[in-house]
Design a protein around this ligand. Structure first.
Ligand SMILES: [Mg+2]
Length: 171
């Protein structure tokens, strides 16, 4: 049970992800969550820091695709600003949106990582498809009411993962 919810890496900030390290692991494509991963929940403004990180990933040759459960309009706007493809209305943790993202980038699961702030959508969904999974801390405390309800359980899982030594650098 815990295995399915366990990310391969966890970082307090998106920009702490070691892109070189991922390349060395054979990862060359990233499926990126939108809300509270790339932008604060329900906002459309990408911070300079995140923008720079996306540029760094592109410069290293990573293929990128946003996969978000949010509605198309805002996802399209931000994907357009960042110049990357997207899958919206994604219904993560279902496998379909992740498969679509793999198709958009023309890559296979073994060379792809999922990056997101939620264990029950991003990490669980990515693990179900055998993707490399990276958990980041949510950018904001504001979020969808159902997401907020799940956070209590999620924080319990994270504490468990820390106790068992699966997550170490969580500040
Ligand atoms: Mg999110």
């Amino acid at each position: 049970m815990l295995q399915a919810l366990c990310p391969d890496e966890a970082h307090s900030r998106l920009v702490d992800i070691d892109l070189e390290g991922l390349l060395q692991k054979g990862i060359r494509a990233l499926i990126l969550d939108l809300d509270n991963t790339l932008v604060k929940w329900h906002e459309a403004e990408v911070s300079a820091e995140v923008d720079h990180w996306v540029d760094q990933a592109k410069a290293r040759g990573f293929k990128l695709c946003i996969a978000s459960n949010a509605l198309p309009e805002r996802v399209k706007l931000i994907a357009g600003r960042l110049g990357i493809p997207y899958v919206s209305g994604a219904l993560k943790p279902r496998r379909t949106p992740f498969r679509k993202a793999l198709m958009r980038m023309d890559v296979v699961s073994q060379e792809t990582a999922v990056v997101g702030d939620q264990i029950f959508t991003d990490v669980l969904g990515g693990n179900r498809l055998g993707l490399y999974t990276i958990l980041t801390r949510p950018l904001s405390r504001k979020e969808f009411p159902t997401t907020r309800m799940l956070r209590g359980l999620e924080n319990w899982v994270i504490r468990k993962l820390i106790q068992e030594g699966y997550i170490s650098n969580w500040r």
